[in-house]
Design a protein around this ligand. Structure first.
Ligand code: ADP
Length: 497
């Protein structure tokens, strides 16, 4: 197979050795001089060397962010000027869309059709949406019951914010974190995931080009246990926003203890996707495919528990099996690819081990479960996998796999399926497929999840709040809901007597 990587992904950016980090407006090597390799998961080969940030680099970045927050041009900018910078950044993202899409696909493995059609345009859209909010952060006047008192609130930024993001949507996750934080006037230290640092760093160059003052955004690539942990524990960081696993979310919370920094967490899921017999089944099968196989199943909202009414179970499972077995696996950069590799060797091992556990516990695959051979053998590929004969208490039905693996589970009654769907430590998202309006609202009310998709799945928009119930985290991203996470309220009492 020939794959054309156009010049845009061979840009000056990726030719740097190593790719540097952004601290206080300067591109610098790590204090230790150390670097790490970022790998192309489609081929297993090294894409670039990247400066490896550690606690010393985090200290410098926090000092730069503090300085930019307390003094210099940033706190003096008007809300309109902040909004313009965000809008300009969105324009620059669009101007470099093809380069960003290729970098994202090379570093993460995701099919280029999604990087081009989803990741990059949604990233630009996110900055535009929050550009608008910069001028709309209003306080209230409060009708207190004390005579001659004028009482009002101001919404102020939280301060220096640490943002730790995962590898599944590197560019979009950077925008979900940066856009609201900057709209609200905070300064930021962003730590991209060690598997996928490239697009966040290229975004850093565009942030500088847009004209954000130095120190407002600092980007430190590095590992979780070193750079990430140092950021989470830093006593001069006012808030941490984290997206990643529930296990690491717990560590972030512990690390925040020292200065009681504010924490928001967007964590794992094991989302139920429920098909009733009155659904348009052809459409529902397509929806179930998208729910689990989009982004190789490496999506925190993945519809990984597929509940299907017993009367249509065989039909749906065979439709899903047929469609999954026909998916075109390939290198992310190949425009024909529908399913790319998993992000890393470690992730491939994790998914492979879950598949083995599923079989050991008595479940059976109807398709997939193996690595493809031949020309894809060097990459971290796993076939799309459907499990049948699954019980709710099996490991593969309870734990987040974060790969292209779905378990199919038959049900009989609406109350029964609601209870089984809710029987999880997670509560991020849920899908419902039905043409009965009563079922729609009954299920929307009874499912314990932050997002409910009805006759659709994996829909996201900068304007719609997103976040988890239960151990899927707390706080909301997107929409006006996220503004609470990046502002604090000050109440002012003025005695007019
Ligand atoms: P995954 O297991 O899917 O790789 P993680 O939750 O480990 O997801 O990673 C998400 C982000 O959290 C990454 O940027 C990673 O470097 C970071 N991270 C991992 N461990 C820690 C830690 N102990 N403290 C802070 N950040 C961490």
């Amino acid at each position: 197979m020939t794959v054309n990587i156009t010049e845009s992904a061979q840009s000056a950016f990726i030719q740097q050795q190593p790719i540097k980090m952004l601290i206080g407006g300067q591109w610098v090597e790590s204090a230790s001089g150390k670097t790490f390799d970022t790998i192309n998961p489609s081929t297993g080969s090294v894409l670039a060397k990247v400066a490896e940030g550690d606690s010393e680099d985090i200290n410098r970045a926090v000092a730069a962010a503090r300085k930019a927050f307390e003094s210099g041009p940033w706190p003096k900018l008007t809300p309109s000027q902040r909004g313009r910078l965000l809008w300009k950044l969105a324009d620059l993202i669009e101007q470099h869309a093809e380069e960003l899409a290729q970098l994202e696909t090379l570093d993460n493995g995701k099919p280029i059709r999604y990087s081009r059609g989803g990741d990059v345009p949604l990233t630009a859209d996110h900055f535009r949406y929050f550009a608008g909010w910069a001028t709309k952060l209003e306080g209230d006047t409060i009708p207190v019951s004390i005579p001659n008192m004028l009482t009002y609130t101001l919404r102020e930024p939280v301060g220096v914010v640490g943002q730790i993001i995962p590898w599944n949507f590197p560019l979009q996750m950077a925008s979900w974190k940066l856009a609201p934080a900057l709209a609200c006037g905070n300064t930021v230290i962003l730590k991209p995931a060690e598997q996928t640092p490239l697009t966040a760093l290229r975004l850093g160059e565009l942030i500088c080009e847009a004209g954000f003052p130095e120190g407002v955004v600092n980007i430190i690539p590095g590992f979780g246990e070193t750079a990430g942990a140092a950021l989470a524990a830093h006593l001069d960081v006012d808030k941490i926003a984290f997206t990643g696993s529930t296990e690491v979310g717990r560590k972030i919370l512990h690390a925040s203890e020292g200065n009681l920094k504010k924490v928001t967490l967007e964590l794992g899921g094991k989302s139920p996707n429920i098909i009733f017999p009155d659904a348009d089944l052809k459409y529902a099968v397509r929806g179930a495919m998208n729910a689990i196989f989009f982004n190789q199943g490496q999506v925190c909202t993945a519809g990984s528990r597929l509940f299907v009414h017993a009367s249509v179970y065989d039909q749906v499972v065979s439709g899903l099996t047929g469609a999954a077995s026909k998916m075109k696996l390939g290198q992310g950069i190949d425009p024909a690819t529908e399913l790319g590799p998993l992000v890393s060797h470690e992730q491939l091992e994790r998914v492979t081990s879950y598949i083995a556990t599923g079989k050991r516990e008595g479940a059976a695959t109807t398709t997939g479960g193996e690595r493809p051979g031949d020309e894809l053998a060097q990459g971290y590929f796993m076939q799309p996998t459907v499990f049948d004969q699954v019980r709710d208490d099996m490991t593969i039905a309870r734990e987040e796999i974060f790969g292209p693996v779905v378990v199919a589970l038959p049900f009989e009654e609406i109350e029964e399926v609601a209870a089984r769907a809710n029987s999880s430590i997670y509560g991020l998202a849920a899908g419902v497929w039905t043409s009965d309006v009563k079922k729609v609202h009954k299920m929307a009310a009874s499912l314990k999840a932050g997002v409910i998709w009805v006759n659709t799945y994996n829909q996201f928009d900068a304007a719609a709040p997103f976040g988890g119930y239960k151990q899927s985290g707390y706080g909301r991203e997107m929409g006006h809901a996220v503004l609470d996470a990046y502002t604090q309220t000050k109440t002012v009492w003025v005695n007019l007597r």
